[in-house]
Ligand binder design. Structure first.
Ligand SMILES: Nc1ncnc2c1ncn2[C@@H]1O[C@H](COP(=O)(O)OP(=O)(O)OP(=O)(O)O)[C@@H](O)[C@H]1O
Ligand SMILES: [Mg+2]
Length: 380
């Protein structure tokens, strides 16, 4: 039996348990990325990665582990096991169960014992009678308001809730793209969830359709065109922007203006600046540019505790072909759809929007938005 003593504490704890259950543990060659050790028994060879963060494992870590299983070096593994000592966020689980990987499993450590998570009976998300309004607004055109509104709503549906979008933009792009809405199939035995699109004159604040948890508003870039009685209701406001050098100063100015306009009507909303069209492979340039933004907004963030520039390392919407070509269905005559596969398959926009949901939840104190998971666990 290989000594597992060279592993870090958390990994050793997991490796020892697998050893006791009859698995043979093998340590990888030095500097191997992607997994911590392998466990084999009969024909099974499993790559195991152990996360011992202080906070639950988020969507990007699950995505990275799944990506590892697309690489040629992972072909010799029959399966992968991602074990977290601090659990997983609600949307990391939503992403995983939606991607529907048959080679990877997730596990948690409960009372010192490793348990694999079962997804076939995943509990239905709890209902909430309190509606939460999210506004997607900036006074600049073309930075992704409609794209973000639609896919944020789609992510909420993937995470287990029915959601409404109010199309406040006179251009009515969202209504053109999605018609009355789309249905998102549920994971496992869960019922499907709906993303329904409403025009302002179809939406009654006092009598919202039953079973809806969140309302996303695709705002008009002309602030005055957005009705005050709706903007007042925003618990969150997302200001999309981009991290390109020529736009930086102008965008900074636009964002300050946008915040001032929101505050003229709504003093309490959490206002988040979100980077859209993010190029993850240009990490160095992104660091330099985002530091400019941080400097630009630092005074504002001090005065405004509910205004926040989201560090793209934590949450951003990556540039993607799926989002770029979203809307193609209008011309090809196919039925309305979002830019991510709603059943199965890895996809950057799906991961990014679910990760954004977790981020919003973690950085606000709005309890209606908080989600719980009653996990079904089984012994390995
Ligand atoms: N992350 C992304 N990756 C690739 N393309 C994107 C991304 N986000 C948006 N786009 C593209 O950018 C264009 C503008 O996006 P969108 O229409 O959502 O912006 P908008 O702010 O709603 O514009 P308007 O002010 O006209 O309402 C669209 O063609 C969309 O496909
Ligand atoms: Mg738009």
């Amino acid at each position: 039996m290989v000594s597992v003593g060279q592993l870090r504490d958390a990994e050793e704890q997991v490796a020892r348990q697998l050893q006791q259950a009859g698995w043979t543990i093998t340590l990888p060659p030095p500097n191997t990325a992607g997994y911590d050790f392998e466990a084999s028994k009969a024909r099974e060879v499993i790559a195991v990665q152990v996360k011992s963060h202080k906070t639950p494992v988020k969507v990007p870590q699950v995505e990275r582990f799944l990506d590892f299983f697309d690489l040629p070096i992972s072909r010799r593994f029959t399966r992968g096991l991602l074990v977290s000592l601090s659990g997983f966020t609600h949307n990391a689980l939503s992403y995983f169960s939606n991607v529907n990987s048959n080679r990877v499993r997730l596990a948690v450590v409960k009372e010192g014992t490793v348990h694999w998570i079962r997804f076939d009976d995943k509990q239905t998300a709890p209902d909430s009678d309190q509606l939460v309004y999210v506004g997607v607004f900036t006074c600049k055109g073309g930075v992704g308001k409609t794209t973000i509104s639609a896919h944020l709503a789609g992510a909420i549906a993937l995470s287990g809730y029915n959601v409404a979008i109010i199309d406040l933009d006179p251009q009515k792009n969202l209504t053109t793209l999605l018609g009355g809405g789309v249905l998102i199939p549920g994971a496992g035995k869960e019922p499907p969830r709906s993303v329904r699109v409403f025009r302002l004159d179809e939406w009654d604040d006092n009598q919202p359709p039953p079973g809806i948890k969140l309302v996303v508003c695709d705002c008009s870039p002309v602030f005055e065109e957005n009705p005050v009685h709706i903007v007042e209701k925003f618990s969150y406001c997302i200001i999309p922007t981009t991290l390109n050098p020529l736009g930086l100063n102008k965008n900074g100015y636009v964002i300050k203006n946008t915040l001032r306009e929101i505050r003229s009507v709504n003093k309490n909303a959490y206002v988040f600046v979100l980077i859209n069209n993010y190029f993850k492979d240009e990490a160095h340039k992104a660091q330099v540019l985002k530091n400019q933004y941080k400097k630009y907004f630092s005074k504002l963030s001090e005065q405004e505790p509910r205004f926040q520039f989201i560090d793209p390392d934590n949450a951003a919407i990556r540039n993607s072909k799926q989002l770029f070509y979203w809307g193609y269905h209008i011309y090809s005559g196919e039925k309305p759809e979002l830019a991510f596969t709603t059943i199965g398959g890895k996809c950057a926009p799906k991961a990014d929007f679910l990760n954004l949901l977790d981020y919003l939840e973690e950085h606000s104190d709005i309890s209606q938005f908080k989600t719980t998971d009653n996990l079904e666990l089984e012994m390995y």
